[in-house]
Design a protein around this ligand. Structure first.
Ligand code: PLP
Length: 447
């Protein structure tokens, strides 16, 4: 049997119960998962429970977890401080559809971290956060079109499911990327409300803004394109966008669903020292509870009091706001960031040493708690570079090889990143690197 095939068959041998249970779930739930991204071949392992930095499957396998719920778990699983806060709230009411003090408390914690944020509204997910941020931006500028970056993911509402994963051959001109609707069921007409621009190319962005000057009211950017292999911006790119937005009367939105509180306490806005008008947040602000938020400058956010709709029965539930407040105030402290960032450096250095010793071409893209290994020396500067240089099949084999060693390096996808949590310790980084060292000879042979 080919060595690559043996990786998958070893996984299959270790997960017979998962296979069985997954097939049963599939009888009730399309694709057997609660979010279509989570379905992968031959079958995902079925989780029994999670604690600290480990996931345990129904077959009795344990995985040292660096996926951390697709980046929602910078606090690690079942963090005791978060769990205790939520337990207390369970006895005092889990949902109030009337104002309560936690709204102000949690909002204040976010405002302390993001300078451009004067006012905050809570949602239940990243999708809701980007959807409302875009609506508020359009309401504020009075212009209907959205400008979005090629290849970037901002959740699943219609306007952002355009040109997220355009295949080679359909990309169009690099400075005027094709608009490609990514799901059946989205009306073609939605594409008329969106323009697509390349990442890291200010000239192209300006060209599009000039061409649609009276139409584009909102620009949404993920400051580090996390689902394109942690693609970082050129030094001047994000600030350049700030200036262009001012010039062309466009509200500038940072999608910090993944970068927020993870690359720095105040997310990418702090890390790159750039001030957007609006910030969309979710994932790690909630310590694995379902929450999102969006916030921004007062005059932009006040459009909510003046005609821009934001409603929702579960918005600002006290249960999740207990989690948010505890995460931001008590768990993600300065010491915790130091701890996580040190571990991040150790992991990167370890990967680079092992690849050099084994003769593997590759490099690590990393920003503090977030990183990914690319098995290419080429730097990835935008979505098209990723398509051209990243061998996703090779990466998938690395991923299975690591899984067989008991390490889940990141979600199942060559474009996704690891998250180092506050519950990871040095020994876990050593364990991750030991696993990589043991699979490195195979990767070197196959490259
Ligand atoms: C950058 C970004 N924005 C928005 C979302 C959507 O968030 P959610 O899955 O909570 O709806 C995601 C999810 O992965 C994301 O990575």
């Amino acid at each position: 049997m080919d060595l690559w095939d043996s990786l998958e068959s070893e996984y299959v041998d270790r997960t017979p119960k998962s296979k069985e249970r997954f097939e049963e779930i599939r009888n009730h739930v399309p694709a057997g998962v609660a979010s279509t991204y989570r379905a992968w071949d031959p079958h995902p392992f079925v989780v029994d429970r999670a604690e600290g930095v480990h996931l345990h499957d129904v077959d009795g396998n344990s995985y040292l977890d660096f996926d951390m719920n697709n980046g929602a778990g910078m606090v690690g699983h079942a963090h005791p401080a978060v769990t205790d806060a939520v337990k207390t709230q369970l006895d005092e009411g889990t949902l109030f559809t009337h104002p309560h003090d936690l709204l102000a408390e949690a909002a204040e914690e976010l405002k302390k971290r993001w300078d451009p944020v004067d006012l905050v509204r809570f949602t239940n997910s990243g999708t809701e956060s980007t959807m409302h941020a875009i609506r508020i931006a359009r309401a504020y500028t009075g212009k209907d079109k959205l400008l979005k970056i090629e290849g970037s993911y901002h959740g699943v509402h219609d306007a952002v499911l355009i040109s997220k994963s355009t295949p080679e051959g359909k990309l169009g001109h690099p400075e005027r990327p094709t608009k490609l609707i990514e799901s059946e069921g989205i009306p073609e007409a939605i594409a008329d409300t969106v323009e697509i621009a390349p990442f890291n190319d200010l000239e192209a962005v300006e060209g599009i803004m000039r061409e649609h000057m009276n139409e584009i009211g909102a620009l949404i950017v993920e400051p580090i394109v996390m689902n394109v292999g942690v693609t970082q911006p050129y030094k001047e790119f994000l600030q350049g966008l700030r200036e262009l937005c001012d010039e062309y009367g466009i509200a500038y939105i940072f999608d910090e669903v993944k970068t927020g509180v993870k690359v720095a306490p105040g997310g990418a806005a702090e890390y790159y020292d750039v001030e957007p008008d609006l910030v969309a947040m979710a994932k790690s602000i909630g310590g694995n509870f379902p929450v999102g938020a969006f916030g921004g400058r007062e005059e932009v956010m006040r459009t909510i009091e003046d005609g821009a709709a934001h409603y929702g029965t579960y918005n600002g539930s006290p249960l999740v706001l207990q989690a948010v407040t505890t995460v931001l105030r008590d768990v993600l402290t300065d010491d915790a960031y130091q701890h996580v960032n040190d571990l991040g450096e150790k992991l990167v250095a370890g990967y680079e040493d092992i690849m050099a010793d084994a003769g593997i071409d590759g490099h690590v893209e990393n920003v503090n708690s977030q990183g990914i290994v690319h098995f290419t020396e080429e730097r990835i500067e935008n979505y098209r570079d990723f398509l051209e240089h990243v061998d996703t099949e090779f990466h998938e084999n690395y991923w299975f090889a690591m899984l067989n060693q008991g390490v889940l390096p990141h979600p199942h996808d060559a474009s996704q990143q690891w998250t180092i949590s506050v519950q990871h310790e040095e020994e876990h980084i050593d364990e991750h690197l030991e696993a990589f060292k043991s699979v490195a000879p195979l990767l070197a042979e196959k490259q």
